[in-house]
Ligand binder design. Structure first.
Ligand code: 173
Length: 323
């Protein structure tokens, strides 16, 4: 071969390689669902995230939002991600304890999402989520947000004997330890349960009760709050593995950016606290020692349940996400 023939051959070789490369990095569209309703702050955050991802990911990675509980029952989202019925889910671990008990541990986190990325917690979480739920755990959408007990009847001490309280796995063991009868419902059923007197109260974060108009049926909030509301983005592990490295990097850049915005929850939480007062919700407090006992008990019961259900990973999680 003379010199120009060699160069032509090389050029053809390069363009074929380029074509192959292009085929590998074909645009992928991920289908996402949310366990929380369309009109919530959680979903507004998710939609903002998707919009930015799609603007940045043209030709590489796109995401479509299929919907919330109207599209899929909240307690099914975890399983749909596990099996690949959908690619991405925004949910809380409490909604997929049917897959693995460890899912509910992230509510006990006392170190933030970004800190968990640094201290090894993320590796452990991903190991567990990969192994037990066929999920990649991408990141946390909500942080710095306590749960509270809301009531239709006054209490003067942390004793829920004789009261029926709406729960999810987040609150079940704690409220039962305080004497409550636990009634599990999806968020979408809380209003009706209150209206019909099926429950005398419910657990929910400090933020968000107005989305379902629950303030209309809520008379009291018990302070202090406890735990750290967790809502995260998870992805089907096979789908995650099928992405090219550049697509994974793009996705993670956006998830991390979202996670780094979580400080804004503090402000939203203050706003909702004010709104609750304006709506006439009265705050029930205890003396300092009783308040401490209340919160300590929440963590004690919470970790005891996780460790009992997962003697293997419970203690490891506790070490990495507690203070
Ligand atoms: O439905 C719930 O009360 C619940 O478990 C939860 C978890 C995280 C955020 C909001 C609600």
């Amino acid at each position: 071969m003379n010199r120009s023939a060699t160069m032509i051959a090389a050029a053809i070789g390069f363009s074929m390689l380029a074509l192959r490369g292009a085929a590998c990095a074909q645009e992928v569209t991920l289908r996402a669902v949310s366990a929380f309703a369309e009109n919530t702050e959680y979903v507004r955050k998710l939609e903002g995230f998707i919009k930015q991802l799609n603007a940045d990911g043209k030709g590489s990675l796109q995401m479509t939002f299929i919907g919330g509980p109207k599209a899929m029952p909240p307690f099914e989202v975890g399983n749909a991600v596990r099996t690949g019925v959908v690619d991405v889910g925004m949910s809380t671990g409490a909604f997929y304890t049917n897959i693995m008990p460890e899912a509910d541990a992230l509510k006990l986190a006392q170190v933030s999402g970004p800190e968990q990325r640094k201290n090894g917690a993320y590796e452990l979480i991903n190991k567990i989520w990969n192994e037990k739920a066929n999920m990649a755990y991408l990141g946390r959408v909500i942080d710095f947000t306590p749960f509270h007990l809301y009531l239709t009847k006054r209490i003067d001490k942390p004793d829920l004997t004789g009261l029926k309280i709406r729960v999810t796995p987040v609150y079940r063991d704690f409220f039962q330890a305080l004497g409550a009868t636990a009634v599990q419902t999806a968020p979408g059923e809380v209003y009706t349960a209150l209206e019909r007197g099926v429950v005398d109260g419910y657990g929910w974060p400090i933020q968000g009760i107005f989305d379902g108009n629950w303030q209309e049926k809520t008379k009291f909030r018990v302070d202090p709050g406890f735990y750290n509301a967790e809502v995260s983005i998870v992805m089907n592990l096979d789908k995650w593995k099928s992405l090219a490295q550049a697509q994974r990097d793009l996705l993670m850049r956006h998830v991390i950016a979202l996670e780094n915005q979580n400080e804004t929850w503090r402000k939203l939480n203050e706003e909702d606290t004010r709104r609750q007062a304006q709506a006439g919700i009265q705050v029930i407090t205890f003396d300092a020692a009783t308040s401490k006992q209340y919160v300590d008990k929440a963590y004690e019961v919470g970790w005891a349940s996780i460790i009992k259900a997962s003697p293997q990973y419970g203690p490891q999680l506790r070490k990495l996400i507690s203070r």
